[in-house]
Design a protein around this ligand. Structure first.
Ligand SMILES: *Cc1c(COP(=O)(O)O)cnc(C)c1O
Length: 416
C-alpha cells in the first residue's frame, strides 16, 4: 500500500538549493522589486534555452504573455482571433479582455492540437462572412505535444496572419528539433506552480527581435515615456516578473533538462505498462517530428471499458474547483453539464482519488464552455470526443518508477 498521495504535477526544486541562493541574493542586495539582476539573468537563461536568436521578456504570468502578444499583434475590440479550442482558458480569455472574439478551431486526431485543414477553412469562412481577416492564430501545445507548426506557418504566411504560439505547457518541446515558441511571431511560456519549471507564478514572452522586445517591455511596465516624470501616451500593464520569482526561475533553469528527461521517462513507463491493457490507450507522439516534453501523461479509456462504481459516477457534488483554485466556493447548481467525461472516466478518477492518486479529466474544449456560447467555432468532433474519454495521470519529477507501477496497478484494479 502506498501511503503518500501522488499528485498530478508538483513543483520540484533543485537538490543544491539554487532557487534559495538566488532569492537570498535578491534580499541581500535589496532587489525586492519587479526588475533586477535575477529577472535579467532569468531572461538570459531563457534566451539561451530557446535559441534561434530570440529575445525574451519575463512576465508575471503566462496569461499576461498571451495578452501582450495579442496587443503586439494589433488585436483590438471587434477583431477576431483564431485559437485552438482544446486548451486551458488562458489561451482564449485574453482575446475577450481586449473586446475581440475568439474563433475556435478544433484539433487533429493524432496530436490533439490545431487541425491545419480546419484552420484554413476557418480563415476562408471568416473572410467570406466578415470581409476581414482574423488578426492572429493561436495554436496550443496541449500537455506538451507539439502542433504541426510547419503546416500552420505555411497557412499563416500565405494569408499573412501572425502566429502566437501558446507553448505554456510545451516548454522544451521541439518540432523537428527546434524549441516551440520560436516559430511564430511570439511564443508564450508559463512558469506556474505545476508547469515544467516554476517561478511559483510567472510567464514569459518570446519575441522575434530587439524592437518587439522593447515594445513588450514597455507595455509590461505601464507604458512609461522617456521623461523625468510619469508621462503616458498609451495604456500599459503591470506585468513584469518580480526579482524574487525570477530567482526561483534561475534555479529551476539549472534542472530544466532533468525535469524534461524525467517527464519523458515517466511517459515511457506508462506506455510500457499499458501496452497490453485492453481499453486503455496512452496518448503519444504520432511520429519523431513531435518531440513532446510530456508535461502531463494522458490516457484514453475506451467507452466500453467497465470501471467499478461507474453507475454511481457524478452522484455527488464535487467540493471546490479543479486544481484546488484558491477560495473557490462557487457551488454548481447541477451534477451534470451537457458535455462531460464519460461515466467510466469519472469513476476511474474517483477510484484513483481513493487510492491516493490525483487524476484529472482533460481540458474541456472552449467551444463547449458556456462562457463562449455563441463564439464562432470550426469543429470536427475530435476535441469533444477526446475530452469525453481521456484523463491526465500524475507525471513529473516527484513521480517515481514505483509510483507509476502503483498507479497502473490501481487502474487495473478499477477495471471490472
Ligand atoms: C498555464 C497555461 C497558460 C498560462 O497560464 P499562467 O497560469 O497564467 O501562467 C496559457 N496557456 C495554457 C494552455 C496553459 O496551460
Amino acid at each position: 500500500m502506498n501511503n503518500k498521495r501522488i499528485y498530478l504535477c508538483l513543483a520540484h526544486m533543485s537538490e543544491d538549493g539554487m532557487e534559495q541562493k538566488y532569492i537570498k541574493e535578491a534580499f541581500d542586495t535589496n532587489w525586492v522589486v519587479p526588475l533586477g539582476p535575477n529577472v535579467n539573468g532569468f531572461e538570459k537563461d531563457l534566451e539561451e534555452f530557446v535559441g534561434e536568436g530570440k529575445r525574451v521578456v519575463a512576465l508575471s504570468a503566462g496569461t499576461a504573455a498571451v495578452h501582450l502578444a495579442l496587443i503586439a499583434a494589433g488585436v483590438k475590440a471587434g477583431d477576431e482571433v483564431l485559437v485552438q479550442s482544446f486548451t486551458f482558458c488562458a489561451s482564449s480569455h485574453p482575446i475577450t479582455y481586449l473586446g475581440a472574439t475568439p474563433v475556435f478551431v478544433d484539433s487533429e486526431k493524432d496530436s490533439w492540437n490545431m487541425d491545419s485543414d480546419l484552420l484554413e477553412e476557418a480563415i476562408k469562412d471568416r473572410i467570406a462572412k466578415t470581409g476581414r481577416k482574423p488578426k492572429a492564430i493561436v495554436p496550443v501545445a496541449l500537455y506538451g505535444m507539439p502542433y504541426q507548426i510547419d503546416r500552420i506557418m505555411e497557412i499563416a504566411n500565405r494569408y499573412d496572419i501572425p502566429v502566437i504560439e501558446d507553448a505554456a505547457e510545451g516548454f522544451g518541446s521541439r518540432w523537428n528539433g527546434q524549441v516551440l515558441g520560436t516559430f511564430g511571431e511570439y511564443g508564450v511560456l508559463s512558469f506556474n506552480g505545476n508547469k515544467m519549471i516554476t517561478t511559483s507564478g510567472g510567464g514569459a514572452l518570446v519575441c522575434p527581435d530587439d524592437e518587439a522586445w522593447q515594445r513588450i517591455m514597455w507595455l509590461a511596465t505601464q507604458a512609461r515615456e522617456a521623461y523625468p516624470y510619469y508621462q503616458h501616451e498609451a495604456i500599459g500593464y503591470n506585468y513584469r516578473m518580480s526579482n524574487i520569482c525570477a530567482g526561483i526561475g534561475r534555479g529551476q533553469m539549472t534542472i530544466v533538462d532533468e525535469h524534461i528527461a524525467h517527464h519523458k521517462h515517466i511517459q515511457r513507463l506508462y506506455e510500457e505498462a499499458f501496452a497490453n491493457v485492453n481499453g486503455i490507450e496512452m496518448h503519444r507522439a504520432p511520429d519523431e517530428r513531435f518531440d513532446s516534453n510530456y508535461w502531463l501523461c494522458t490516457v484514453l479509456l475506451d467507452e466500453s471499458l467497465r470501471v467499478k462504481g461507474q453507475e454511481a459516477a457524478y452522484g455527488t457534488q464535487v467540493q471546490g474547483a479543479v486544481g484546488g483554485a484558491g477560495g473557490v466556493v462557487h457551488l454548481s447548481d447541477s451534477l451534470h453539464t451537457d458535455c462531460e467525461p464519460n461515466a467510466n472516466v469519472e469513476a476511474m478518477r474517483v477510484w484513483l482519488d481513493k487510492k491516493g492518486v490525483e487524476a484529472r479529466p482533460l481540458w474541456k474544449p472552449m467551444h463547449r464552455q458556456p462562457v463562449y456560447q455563441g463564439a464562432p467555432a470550426y469543429v470536427n468532433g475530435v476535441s469533444e470526443a477526446v475530452f469525453k474519454c481521456g484523463m491526465c495521470l500524475p507525471s513529473g519529477p516527484c513521480v517515481t518508477d514505483d509510483d507509476v507501477r502503483y498507479i497502473v496497478e490501481s487502474v487495473r484494479e478499477a477495471m471490472e
